[in-house]
Design a protein around this ligand. Sequence first.
Ligand code: ADP
Length: 481
Amino acid sequence: MTLKVLSLASEAVPLVKTGGLADVVGALPAALAAEGVEMTTMLPGYPAVMRGLGRLRKVASFDSLLGEPARVVSARLEDGRRLLVLDAPGLFQRDGGPYGDATGADWGDNWRRFAAFGLAAAQLAGVGGKPRFDLVHAHDWQAAMACVYLRYGGRPVPSVLTIHNMAFQGYFGADIFPRLGLPDAAWTMEGIEFHGGVGMLKGGMVCADAITTVSPTYAREIHTARFGMGLDGVVRARSNLVEGILNGIDRAEWNPSHDPRLAAPFDAQHLAPRRANKRAIEQAFGLAKDEGPLFVVISRLTWQKGIDVLLEAVDHLVGLGGRLALLGAGDPALEGQLLEAAARHPGRVAAKFGYDEPLSHLMQGGGDAILIPSRFEPCGLTQLYGLAYGCVPVVARTGGLADTVIDANAAAMAEQSATGIVFSEASYDELSLAITRTIRLYADKTAWRRLQRSGMRADFGWGASAKAYAALYRRLIEAAR
Ligand code: ADP
């Protein structure tokens, strides 16, 4: 029997993306189609989303969705994906990013924007009407309110909440509670109340029928105070409902043998064209032409990603003959420090700020190693793209990084299973040592090629994970009957 699942998220490629969430939400429908799941993706109607839609059909309208007139429209993307969009101009038609204005400051009404989004989804899924779906799959705090409205709306269908990053929780003041249209019963520790305020991710976690996160290691880590970000108690209380399902990558988008964003395509048997991509990166970044190791970083510039630790290790990297090209966006203070590092090492270190999808592909296709010194990493996609593109990942042993990269220690090198360099934590000492190891390995061309090829052969497609999601959906739907 085909299952109808509504997948609810604040971003999805190709319409709107600020991070890995968009890649995952964009890839799930095709991955799950193979498992007999018909997935419809629902997004907020930001300007970029509304512009990207072809023919629309209205499927629902609301005179007042938490005070805003709104409608839900359906459309199909070129690739056949089914889309629902919450068209509520008062909430979503504005310049800036999905979560904040052009300066990066969060919109003051985010609580209402995303609560309305969850409420609309819950109604489409059967609250106060006939269910149009068998299950709702909500991603992150921006969608988590769907689980809350479903629970307090009589649980017409089960819901799954996937946590892509525990650091973003959608926490607001208690004053918004009366405006959410929830019964008083929701204002408890078993509901949406959290430390005297409204916790949207927390509410979703206690109301969903299952909680997943995006790697098995991160699923274990969030049980602890160090990684749980204050929600580890909730995780432990619902531990039997928590599961880690690794993200896959979309091989249609990320395949070096036919990626139009590369200067030269290549595959595991023909790695030589990578050199042309390296030249193109040097040119794009104004780096010196050199056959030595070129490290790349493609990242949000935040504390999570350990960019401050990377900055400490830059002189060491250059001192050993390495070069660094960084593409990132985020913390202005980190941007300033990166520019200082680039000024200290002209031709050896360069940074570009902003979001540049084509350049990110080129960097994977021509960089020798991708550095990911994250303090925590729920899954991480850039190491998976690195593996697929022969850009050897150099990663901290945390979350999905620990689950997907096999360290080039002597035993793994001997049995040819190594795919990258793994270090124990994001600290200057550990990262510097990992950079030293990488540069040494790079000097041994045979070993390096072997490392690249093992990574390129590894399977990080969606197959196994799609099966795990489909099995979870079926279990929950069965249990709800
Ligand atoms: P997160 O979701 O925490 O940011 P992931 O590694 O899971 O980290 O996903 C990041 C995604 O965003 C990847 O697809 C990566 O290539 C992309 N990305 C990050 N920064 C940039 C940037 N400045 N320009 C282009 N793509 C970027």
